[in-house]
Every structure is written in structure tokens, then in C-alpha cells.
Design a protein around this ligand. Structure first.
Ligand code: GLU
Length: 481
């Protein structure tokens, strides 16, 4: 027996659309986790047989995203493997061979119906509120008719001759036993008029040839399973285990938004949602641990994951929860790591972060306020840029109390260089005691002068980051008398 014969083998089989959908990432992640948990193989296969939808550059983008986020596959288009090629458009000869077998066994047939006829048929079915299905006109053409048509060069497709009667019953790990009336199953097109196979044929053939043991994918494919089983049985192949993951929903429980910005993994990564956050959040979309724990690293997920805790009910993509989790990670991970990940946002904003001590302090403070790294610049820029005051700010700055505070602090801070945060705390108490200005009347003007905002970090932190000289300079700019 070949060693792959008793090894778990799963696959992620996206179409190259140019971006990775969050639902796609969930499918990839669950496959990855299942493979890792069982010491199996995780395969990446590109399903690009819909030539109209294939986009150039999409493959590179996809592989970069998957690897960048940490889901390294064991076999795939760019790294090879024993069952390649892993791009379906490079496997057309294989599909031809298997289509011929189906034609020979009578499980598939040529269909010569024109686009126009099919459109009319669909229109009629729509009017009669029937599901759109092929009516079987070419199902029983004689051998001679077929050969004549082919000889005349008539365009054709090849369809599955799906049984009309009975039911198809199968087991799914998540949905348990599923029964679908055969009358609801279409004579699926297997080979299109451009000669390319459809997803259904190609994926079944590939899943078999690539020795896939478990098909883990989105629930939208559940109703296609009867066609797939029919194909497996027609070829005399073993049917894999099916695992259909629950639908992803918007907060209002409608099907997850189709707007690319909201569902593209790349756009979340670009905004600086950490890869760890995306994986952790996505792992909980339709799966939960035994103790409902929320925070997991990828390594921890590899141990904790199991198929029997995948939910049947749709999973809400709750952006609030994603943001909450984002904040948790940004605050709790190593500050050096967060600083590193944030660096390019600062560089793009043209900020000089060459003073690394200052930069680390800035990150350590600013990270309390954000859930994605793109926002960290917004909360950090006051430490790097000249302050611009509004008219309202100016009014507060010019108040007598504020001016008293500024003079006092300039004088006190000037007494030495290098103030420790605890000393600033004492100075704060001393200033409040001596000037008798406290609460908002103290904190708002001084924070405004140092940070450009009445709200924000505490005074010892601000002065620690800015340093004595810069703090004094900022206070001086606010002196009007
Ligand atoms: N190419 C299909 C998709 O993009 C794959 C479905 C499957 O996993 O079988 O959804």
C-alpha cells in the first residue's frame, strides 16, 4: 500500500478571483488545521477552469496571502508535489480522458442545445416559478444523431445523465444524514462548449487522483454532493468524507456581504489587522472549543481543532468582535513585534521614527487605542508632528489658568534634564497643590499643549516620550504672555 493511502489528505481549492475571500480563508484554515492535527497533507489546488473569471497575477497574490498569514501548504502549484499539476487548466487532458469514460458508460451525454434555447427554457421556468433545470432534450439522442451533429461541427456541451427517480442519501460530518430528491438534481454540464470542464467534473476527478480523503468546504456546495457522488460511483471510486462548513452571515444574518473591501483578507491585512488576529477570529466562525475559549494562536488551534465542534448554524462575521480581538492582540503581543509590524505605516506617513527608544515608547502608548495597525499612526502622530490648534483649543490655551500652568511647568521642568515618570507624578501633585488648579482645569490645558489633544495618555507618559526639551518647547509655544 502506498503510504498516502492511509494518510489524511485535504485541499483548499479556490478559483483565482484576485483576492482571498474571508470565507475562503476559513475553508483554508479548517483544512490546514485538520491536516496538521492528523499529521496529514494540506494541498493547494487552483480551480481556474472558468476562463472568463480567471485573472492574471491572481495565483501569486493568493499564494503570498496564504503563506504570509501562516497557512503553508504541503503541495501546490508553486511548490509541486506528487499529484500535480495543481492548476486545473493544466490538467485538461486528464479531464478529457475521464469524460470519455463517462460517455462510454452512458453516464454522460452530448447536448447540442443552443444558448438561445436554454435561455428560453430558463425564462419559462422562471415564469412558472420552477427551478432552472435542463429538460433533457438531448438525453436520448441516438448514436447516429450524435455522430451527425458532431460531423457537422455543431457546438456541444457534455452533460451528466443524472437519474431522474429516487433520492440520494449521504452523510456529512456537520449536517449528519442528508437526503436530496434526484428530481431536484440537474443534468450538470461537465464539459463546456469551450472544451473546459466545469468545477464539478474537475474537482471530483482531482480529488480522487490527488487522494483527497476529506472534502472540507463551504455549505454552498452541499446541494452539489449528489452529482459528485454520482460521478465517484460512475468511475467506481471511493467517495471522500464530506464536511460542509456553515454559511457566513452579516450581523443582520443576511448572507455575508459581497463587497470586496469587506470580505477580502488582503484588505484587512493592509489595514494592519495582524495575521494572528485574522486566523484566530476566522477559526471561531463556525467552530468553538470545548471550553468556549476565545484567544488562540495558530499552534494552539492545531491541537484544539476537531471536526465534531463545527456548528450547523450560520456564523456571524461580527466586525465588532474582530476589532475587539485585534485590540487584544495589539496590546498583549511583544511591543517590539508590534513596532516592527507598524513600521511601514509610519514610513508611508513620512514620519521620522529613527529614534528607536522613542518609537517603542510611542507604540507602547498608542497601542492602547487601536485595533488595527493602520490606526496606530493616527494615535502616534502627535509625538512626531508639529501641533495644529483649532480656534477652540486656542481659547483654552489662552485662559489665565492655562498660562499659569505652562509657566510653572516650564520653570520646573527646566530645573534638570531627564525626568523619571514617578518624578513627573510628584510634580503634578506639587503643581496642583501650589497653583490650586486641578481636575479638567489642569489636565486639559497641559495635555493640549504637550499632545495637541485634551484627551490621551497621562502626563508622565507624555513627558517620558517627548523628553524634557521637547516638552518645554511645546509648552513654550503655548505661552502667550
Ligand atoms: N473552486 C471552488 C470554490 O472556489 C471549490 C469548492 C470545493 O472546495 O469543492 O469555491
Amino acid at each position: 500500500m502506498h503510504k498516502d493511502d492511509n494518510q489524511v489528505r485535504v485541499r483548499f481549492a479556490p478559483s483565482p478571483t484576485g483576492y482571498l475571500h474571508v470565507g475562503g480563508l476559513r475553508t483554508a484554515l479548517f483544512n490546514y488545521l485538520f491536516a496538521r492535527k492528523h499529521g496529514g497533507k494540506f494541498v493547494l489546488r487552483i480551480e481556474d477552469t472558468d476562463r472568463k473569471r480567471s485573472i492574471s497575477g491572481a495565483l501569486e497574490k493568493l499564494t503570498t496571502t496564504l503563506k504570509g498569514i501562516g497557512l503553508q501548504y504541503d503541495e501546490g502549484p508553486d511548490i509541486g508535489g506528487n499529484y500535480g499539476p495543481y492548476i486545473q487548466s493544466q490538467r485538461t487532458d486528464i479531464y478529457k480522458k475521464y469524460t470519455q469514460k463517462l460517455l462510454d458508460s452512458g453516464n454522460a451525454y452530448y447536448c447540442f442545445c443552443s444558448e438561445e434555447r436554454l435561455n428560453n427554457l430558463r425564462e419559462e421556468q422562471r415564469k412558472r416559478k420552477r427551478p432552472p433545470m435542463y429538460d433533457g432534450k438531448c438525453r436520448d439522442l441516438s448514436k447516429d444523431e450524435v455522430e451527425d451533429n458532431l460531423a457537422q461541427g455543431m457546438p456541444f456541451v457534455i452533460r451528466l445523465r443524472y437519474p431522474r427517480e429516487g433520492k440520494t442519501v449521504f452523510d456529512d460530518v456537520v449536517r449528519d444524514r442528508v437526503a436530496i430528491d434526484n428530481s431536484m438534481v440537474d443534468d450538470q454540464v461537465l464539459i463546456k462548449s469551450d472544451g473546459f470542464p466545469t468545477y464539478h467534473l474537475a474537482s471530483v476527478v482531482d480529488d480522487h487522483l490527488m487522494k483527497i480523503t476529506h472534502v472540507i468546504r463551504g455549505e454552498e456546495w452541499l446541494s452539489s454532493v449528489p452529482k459528485h457522488i454520482f460521478l465517484y460511483e460512475s468511475f467506481g471510486w471511493k467517495v471522500p468524507v464530506f464536511v460542509h462548513l456553515p454559511l457566513l452571515l452579516n450581523s443582520d444574518r443576511s448572507k455575508l456581504s459581497k463587497r470586496q473591501g469587506d470580505v477580502s483578507v488582503e484588505s484587512y491585512i493592509q489595514k494592519g489587522y495582524l495575521p494572528e488576529v485574522m486566523l484566530n477570529f476566522i477559526a471561531l466562525l463556525g467552530w468553538h472549543s470545548a471550553d468556549d475559549r476565545e484567544i488562540y494562536s495558530l499552534r494552539e488551534l492545531e491541537d484544539a481543532f476537531s471536526l465534531d465542534r463545527i456548528n450547523k448554524a450560520g456564523a456571524v462575521f461580527d466586525i465588532e468582535k474582530l476589532n475587539w480581538m485585534g485590540g487584544q492582540y495589539i496590546r498583549n503581543l511583544d511591543v517590539e513585534y508590534i513596532a516592527d509590524q507598524s513600521r511601514h505605516f509610519f514610513e508611508e506617513a513620512g514620519m521620522d521614527i529613527s529614534d528607536n527608544d522613542k518609537y517603542l515608547k510611542v507604540i507602547n502608548t498608542a497601542r492602547d487605542y487601536v485595533y488595527c495597525l493602520a490606526d496606530i499612526v493616527e494615535h502616534a502622530k502627535m509625538f512626531y508632528e508639529e501641533m495644529i490648534f483649532s480656534e477652540e483649543d486656542r481659547k483654552l490655551i489662552e485662559e489665565e489658568n492655562s498660562q499659569k500652568i505652562y509657566s510653572y511647568w516650564i520653570e520646573e521642568l527646566g530645573k534638570k534634564v531627564g525626568w523619571e515618570p514617578e518624578e513627573i507624578s510628584s510634580l503634578t501633585k506639587q503643581s496642583i497643590g501650589e497653583l490650586g488648579i486641578k481636575g479638567k482645569k489642569f489636565y486639559f490645558p497641559i495635555r493640549l499643549a504637550l499632545f495637541g489633544n485634551c484627551h490621551g495618555p497621562d502626563i508622565p507618559t507624555l513627558i517620558d516620550i517627548l523628553g524634557t526639551d521637547e516638552s518645554i518647547k511645546r509648552l513654550e509655544t503655548c505661552l502667550t504672555r
